[in-house]
Design a protein around this ligand. Sequence first.
Ligand code: SF4
Length: 490
Amino acid sequence: MNNTNPPTYRSAAAAGIASPRLQKSLHGLQDRFGKGAMEIWATMDDREMRHRVKDSRMNTFAHLDIILAELAKNVRARGGQVHFAATAQEAIDYTLAVAKKNKVKRVVKGKSMTSAEINIDPALEGASIEVVETDLGEYIIQLAGDKPSHIIAPCIHLDRNQIGELFAEKLGIDYSNDPPTLTMAARSALREKMLGAEMGLTGCNLACAETGQISLVSNEGNIRMATTMPPVLVALMGMERVVATLDEHREALHLLTRGAALQKLSTYVSFLGGPANADDPDGPKEFHLVIIDNGRSKILADPEFREVLACIRCGACLNICPVYGKIGGHAYNSPYCGPIGAVVTPLLDGINKHADLCKGETLCGACKDICTVEIDLPRMLAALRHKLAYGSDRWNTRQHNPIEAYVYSLWKLLVSNSFLYRLSLRLGWLLQRPFVKKNKMISKMAGLADGWTADRDLPPLAGRTFTDLWKRKYAVGRPSASKAQKKGGS
Ligand code: SF4
């Protein structure tokens, strides 16, 4: 993953919150797609389908080596070439070798999160190969020199006025903020690029072991051109994207398009499994499938986190997450943002390195409710926090904040001992006095606690606890207690 001098999570999140334009875009996105997906799940005739797809994903992981071997065998039987890459670098090296062997000068890309994960573009450009994104959103991002901020809608942080200005500057057209005009401008620029490309590079929504094909969904048709017009095609696939049978593929696809864009089916679904042949003359002369591990085996081996591999990257969890809905995708500094990014990025790229991501989510549970395949992301976020609190040899994680760990150990001691708890409340009540202002609120705490008052005032600890008041009013045998009971009529 590319992390060259990224802004911190806090600064990027603060910038996102301070941007009225981003807030408007995120609100519109969540209002439509978040609510829409929840409605679909609530009204679907086949309520069991999400369970079935989740089960089939988990069953696949129990036999992943066999199912991947079957996929490779069937792709090869179709004339395709398959390469297993243990690391991002291996996947890059293989793709570069294919490009060099074919004297490639231009690569046209279909949308691929895996290509962003392994950061292949700089390697291709370093070999003097022009890289052109053909997904409209990704193309806009590339022209802007920006980064995607949503799994499905990469340029959700830009509005049409900004895109109009960008196209006027980069494509030399008259300024317009009319979406059809902008789309046509991108279309004609991209068509030229696609006609002259020697290689297509794409991701993989799903792969079907039974048929030896990968499938790609899109609403623009660009993927069909990028995968069939150039003479060479390389498809990059995370090794977890495989499903065993065509029936399982059908159900997963059924959910994917609903979760992603509230569609019964996307406009285009392409199945690709090998080079063109006499029966199927459209397509590349060479087809390469690169099946990438890059840390997934480690996740697979850990029952605590294996479930996250079931993700089909529909993006629905982003569309409901209250944190993503305020800070936007750039704060996650990863191709995978939102709740899924907060789990998968630390697992793939280092838990300590991405501690802010798993600590930043609220654990409200909305992502689990909306998840197309019912992944328990909040449970895994809590598990990641546990590793940060106590360290983990298995995940090479050191204690993130030892002081915080001591504070919570102390807290645990206090709340599990009523005498100590009452004593600490009393002490807290005394110590807080210099901080209580005339309005009877605390507007600034000291030291490590100052974050609690950064955006709001806090009410001070009460002089008498609820338990004190209760005892005073209702203690059996006291005159005030019987009076209060009479008054209340009970
Ligand atoms: S975690 Fe679930 S909702 Fe989020 S992208 Fe993955 S499948 Fe979709």
